[in-house]
Write a protein that binds this ligand. Structure first.
Ligand code: NAD
Ligand code: MG
Length: 298
């Protein structure tokens, strides 16, 4: 029997506890240069038709959690548009290829979502390319550590809020015109929403805001038959961390303090997005699904 996401094994050792080598990239970073290579489920995710015929937009779908989600969605039968920054074209092309290998349509839309005009255009291009929209995954995000508040520039605070919060607002608002009953919106928050690191003030602030936005909007859209949920990852091995997401000296220990004793892999996040996107979660809205290796959250 081949291994897939349904294989029962010990979650402690399902993936090795990695000790990544010293490395740093300019943000947003290229996953193709990340060591060790993260598992996006390329060789393991097995679809069972749970999203047959759905049309999904996944922001930040070129790499990491968004890419694993895009691959899983495609294998579950969805056509998928991915957005990313122009410098990430190489990563995006690889993921688009995997979507196509699943026999689905892949739409690639490069651009900067911290720009409101582009955010709106992104939705229109996704809708045009897919012929509609019924799943929106707001996943793109920016995380740059700063040790002291005095050194956290107004520009950075603004950029982080724009990318992580404003873009979610702009993209969701634009998408709403196209979403019918049965559609789902899934936002990506973080364990940082509950347990903020002292060096990630701006980032943690955005993740708490994403939780509140999710829970409020879920109530607003419920009567329209549109569900809104969030996924809150813990430490997951992605290029976000080595492109100024963490101090380089902390990378070696990344994820080792979770109860499961290791960082998560993007492949372990994708099933949470699939669940929230599928009709199986029809009575779930305003929920934040924690996928964090066992760290307690409120
Ligand atoms: P990632 O770097 O692979 O993905 C983030 C993506 O965001 C990038 O690929 C990029 O395309 C996109 N992005 C960033 N700024 C953008 C901009 N201005 N315009 C357009 N796109 C932009 O890293 P990831 O870890 O997979 O991150 C995905 C999400 O998961 C983020 O929201 C992140 O905050 C969240 N998250 C990650 C972790 C973790 O440990 N990796 C933990 C909790 C939450
Ligand atoms: Mg990327």
């Amino acid at each position: 029997m081949s291994t897939d996401q349904y294989t029962f094994d010990d979650p402690v050792s399902r993936y090795p506890s990695i000790t990544p080598p010293d490395q740093e990239q300019a943000e947003p970073g290229l996953e193709s240069q990340l060591q060790p290579v993260p598992d996006l489920g390329e060789n393991t995710y097995r679809g069972t038709g749970r999203l047959e015929g759905r049309k999904a937009l996944v922001t930040g779908g070129d790499s990491g959690i968004g890419a694993a989600t895009a691959i899983a969605f495609a294998r579950e039968g969805a056509d998928v548009a991915i957005s990313y920054l122009p410098s990430e074209e190489q990563d995006a092309v690889r993921i688009a290829g995997l979507i196509q290998d699943a026999g689905r349509t892949a739409i690639t839309i490069p651009g900067d979502i911290s720009d409101s005009a582009f955010s709106r255009q992104l939705v229109e291009r996704a809708v045009e390319g897919l012929g509609g929209l019924d799943i929106l995954v707001n996943n793109a995000g920016r995380q740059i550590y700063v040790e002291n508040l005095e050194d956290l520039s107004d520009e950075q605070f603004d950029d982080t809020l724009k990318t992580n919060v404003y873009a979610m607002f702009w993209i969701t608002k634009a998408a709403l015109a196209h979403l019918g009953p049965g559609s789902t919106i899934i936002n990506t928050t973080s364990v940082q929403a509950y347990n903020p690191s002292p060096i990630l003030l701006d980032y943690a602030t955005t993740k708490a805001a994403i939780n509140a936005f999710t829970k409020g909007l879920a109530q607003q859209l419920a009567p329209k038959g549109i569900r809104v949920n969030a996924v809150a990852p813990g430490p997951v091995w992605t290029v976000l961390q080595v492109s100024h997401g963490q101090p380089p000296e902390k990378i070696e220990q990344f994820g080792k303090s979770t109860p499961l004793g290791r960082a998560g892999q993007p492949a372990e996040l994708a099933p949470a997005y699939v669940f929230l996107a599928s009709a199986e979660s029809s009575f779930v809205s305003g929920e934040t699904l924690q996928v964090n290796g066992g760290m307690p959250t409120p």
